[in-house]
Ligand binder design. Structure first.
Ligand code: ATP
Length: 136
């Protein structure tokens, strides 16, 4: 079955939303198959965000992702990649649709990076790569 990597980013963990976020994914019907509380490293982030290296928000993104623990999870199910991204909502939390994780729990904090609570893989190839980075 299809798998995706979900990260609860440091803002989600520090605000005490990890359980709520994971519960929403489980409630939609996806199966939790791996789970870990981890600290990111620059090395892991460079691999994870390879396509963003050099962009203006890359360094603030790395600092943000290093600012506290992260919850890494693997979920499984039919079309889970699309399903989780739909549940997460649009990148910008201020305008993400209500009912989504970012729309319900997130907002803009006036920083150089979107602190948008979660990450979800965007393709089967990225999921495979990202699961390898966070669960090695
Ligand atoms: P994710 O991949 O985290 O699920 P996404 O696919 O919506 O979200 P990406 O385009 O992959 O976002 O960007 C990765 C992360 O970098 C975003 O989740 C956000 O935290 C941050 N980010 C992306 N674009 C911007 C931007 N223009 N300004 C500030 N931060 C940004």
């Amino acid at each position: 079955a299809e798998r995706t990597l979900v990260l609860v980013k440091p803002d989600g963990v520090s605000r005490g939303l990890s359980g709520k976020i994971l519960a929403r994914v489980e409630a939609k019907g996806y199966r939790l198959i791996d789970l870990s509380l981890v600290s990111a490293t620059r090395e892991k982030l460079e691999a994870h965000y390879a396509e963003h290296v050099g962009k203006p928000f890359y360094e603030p993104l790395v600092e943000f992702m290093l600012s506290g623990p992260i919850v890494a999870a693997v979920f499984e199910g039919e079309r889970v990649i699309e399903g989780f991204r739909s549940l997460a909502g649009a990148t910008e939390p201020t305008t993400a649709a209500p009912g989504t994780i970012r729309g319900d729990f997130g907002r803009d904090w006036g920083l150089k990076v979107q602190q948008n609570l979660v990450h979800g893989s965007d393709s089967v190839e990225s999921a495979e790569k990202e699961i390898g980075i966070w669960f090695s």
